[in-house]
Design a protein around this ligand. Structure first.
Ligand code: NGS
Length: 291
């Protein structure tokens, strides 16, 4: 077994916000294969899948992967990185993509711990352990953009960790939140309903740099959806997830999963769409080229 505390951790680590090109990043991580790595000299204590919902952030992805592989290797984890995206040109659905990532990673390997991670957040301290304790853990406690202060006490967004059992117990995320905001608060409500509590890493360790980007369009229905969330908990989540995998490519530094939503999965979007315009455009395959 690898030691409880990985021996090579140093605390604060530099964050390189410059996107290196793919060849350079790949040559840095010779031992990473299919987006996965495990320690050579000991048996990892944790099998961790890092799930990243994604759309059109190729620059961020290069910065993220370059930073994260070094970080995770040092933590002596048996890990895999999954980048998950939808082909439809509809508002982003973070919760749905995490649910898909959970299923796809679970079908590849016996991961016991899942880290739900935004692509624009980079940990600044390697004592911030990417494993899953007894209770769900919120990891992105202190973000530079917010002056390293937690936005509010029930916040569970950004980066969080749950065991397979915890995530299954709460039926994963809701699939109903199209557009920015609310899906993480809804997950928090699910945890509370199931009598779980959030654990948090200390804020001097759980520090993150956020990469800059345009603010996504807020989902005007998010408060309404949050209020009715409790009624849907048992029927809206990983047990109701319907999608088709368009491609699942095991690249060197990540597994890239692109899915299309089944008609039934679009129903909530159509129902809650204010504009009334429910035409959905498929994105062309060229958009899935992450280079
Ligand atoms: C809340 C959102 C959350 C979001 C959080 C922090 O208002 O989804 O802000 O966002 N909830 C609702 O909109 C209901 S942040 O300031 O980090 O961009 O995670």
């Amino acid at each position: 077994m690898c030691p409880l505390i990985p021996p090579e951790l140093v605390g604060d680590i530099p964050v390189n916000k410059y996107p290196l090109n793919w060849t350079v990043i790949e040559s840095r991580y010779k031992t990473v294969v299919n987006g996965s790595h495990r320690p050579e000299k000991c048996t990892a204590r944790h099998k961790v899948a890092l799930l990243i919902p994604y759309r059109n952030r190729a620059r961020h992805l290069r910065i993220f992967l370059n930073h994260m592989h070094a970080f995770l290797i040092k933590q002596q984890l048996d890990y895999g990185i999954y980048i998950v995206e939808i082909d439809e040109d509809i508002p982003f659905n973070r919760g749905f993509l995490f649910n898909v990532g959970f299923k796809e990673a679970s079908s590849d390997y016996s991961y016991d711990c899942f880290i739900f991670h935004d692509v624009d957040l980079l940990p600044q301290n390697d004592h911030n352990l990417y494993n899953c304790p007894d209770q769900p853990r919120h990891l992105s406690v202190a973000i530079d953009k917010f002056m390293y202060k937690l936005a509010y006490s029930t916040n569970f967004g950004g980066v969080s960790a749950m065991t397979k059992e915890q995530f299954t117990t709460v039926n994963g995320f809701s699939n109903f939140f199209f557009g920015w905001g609310g899906e993480d608060d809804d997950l928090y409500n699910r945890l509370v309903y199931h009598k779980m509590t959030i654990s948090r890493t200390m804020s001097d360790v759980a520090r993150y740099t956020m990469l800059s980007h345009k603010q996504a369009t807020r989902n005007p229905q998010r408060i309404k959806l949050l209020r009715s969330g409790k009624q849907r908990m048992q029927t809206d989540g990983i047990n109701s997830l319907e999608y088709k995998v368009l491609q699942k490519i095991h690249r060197k530094l990540y597994v890239h999963v692109t899915v299309t939503l089944e008609e039934s999965a679009l129903r909530p979007f159509k129902k809650f769409s204010l504009s009334g315009n429910t035409t959905i455009f498929r994105r062309s395959a060229a958009n899935f080229d992450l280079s």
